[in-house]
Design a protein around this ligand. Structure first.
Ligand code: F6R
Length: 241
């Protein structure tokens, strides 16, 4: 693991965006795996700035997002579809047909999830996967459990995740209880992974991911097995390692 401890969000975003931008410059048809949440926002801002400066084009880039809430439509202000458009896609020249955010409300979840994995495979697999990490060690919405998950699937969110997501919703009843997420196997199939985390709330998860045993009790611990993973964290998130 390439573990780097930075002073602030700006430095993390600089390092993460550099890897992504270099990939897109050298492979203009790169396949990017993207995350929502607070962690990658500053990195996306740097990517937008590079695009605005004319350094890079996303015309031929394809993206696959990790996850999407069930029970709210893609048009909802809290959907990950909306989040990605507001924080990245609306500001760069990516083609909408090349953007993939899971459908949170498929008619047949099993068939739909298999088709999402198939689409990633047909595109050639993910070159760089951006990840955040949950306070409970989740990646995507792969929550702590007894077994590592395989491909994309519909998952029930844990109380800890629902609690963390509450800040985005007006009323508690609106917070989705389920999501469609890439499985752990879909995630580690990516050729390169960048995980970003900040703050003391993430310190235990970061410790367990790096120093704990590889176990589905901390889904992110699977990253120990990957040979091209960058862990970009601040001092607070690194405080227990
Ligand atoms: C988001 C995702 C989640 C988040 C994680 C951290 O697409 O899959 O695993 O990365 O919950 O969220 P933040 O960055 O908001 O702390």
């Amino acid at each position: 693991m390439d573990i780097r401890i930075f002073n602030n969000t700006e430095e993390i975003a600089q390092a993460a965006s550099e890897i992504i931008l270099n990939k897109v410059k050298s492979s203009p048809d790169a396949i990017l795996g993207l995350a929502t949440g607070a962690s990658p926002v500053a990195t996306y801002k740097k990517i937008i700035a590079a695009y605005n400066a004319g350094e890079v084009s996303f015309k031929n880039v394809k993206t696959f997002n990790l996850d999407e809430y069930c029970s709210i439509p893609a048009s909802d202000r809290n959907s990950y579809y909306t989040f990605m458009h507001e924080n990245l896609f609306n500001h760069i020249d990516i083609e909408e047909e090349n953007v993939h955010v899971p459908n949170g409300n498929p008619e047949n979840a099993e068939e739909y999830c298999a088709s999402y994995d198939e689409a990633i495979k047909n595109a050639g697999g993910i070159d760089i996967q951006v990840l955040g990490i949950g306070r409970n060690g989740h990646i995507g919405f792969n929550e702590p459990s007894d077994a590592f998950t395989a491909g994309t699937y519909k998952v029930k969110l844990t109380d800890s995740t629902i609690e963390a997501n509450k800040i985005y919703f007006d009323r508690e009843e609106e917070v989705p209880r389920e999501a469609i997420t890439m499985g752990v196997e879909s995630i580690i199939n990516a050729k390169e992974i960048i995980l970003i985390a900040e703050g003391t709330a993430k310190a235990q998860a970061i410790h367990d991911m790096i120093k704990g045993e590889i176990s589905p009790a901390c889904p992110a611990s699977i990253l120990q097995k990957h040979d091209n993973v960058h862990i970009f964290i601040d001092k607070a998130a690194a405080s227990l390692i």
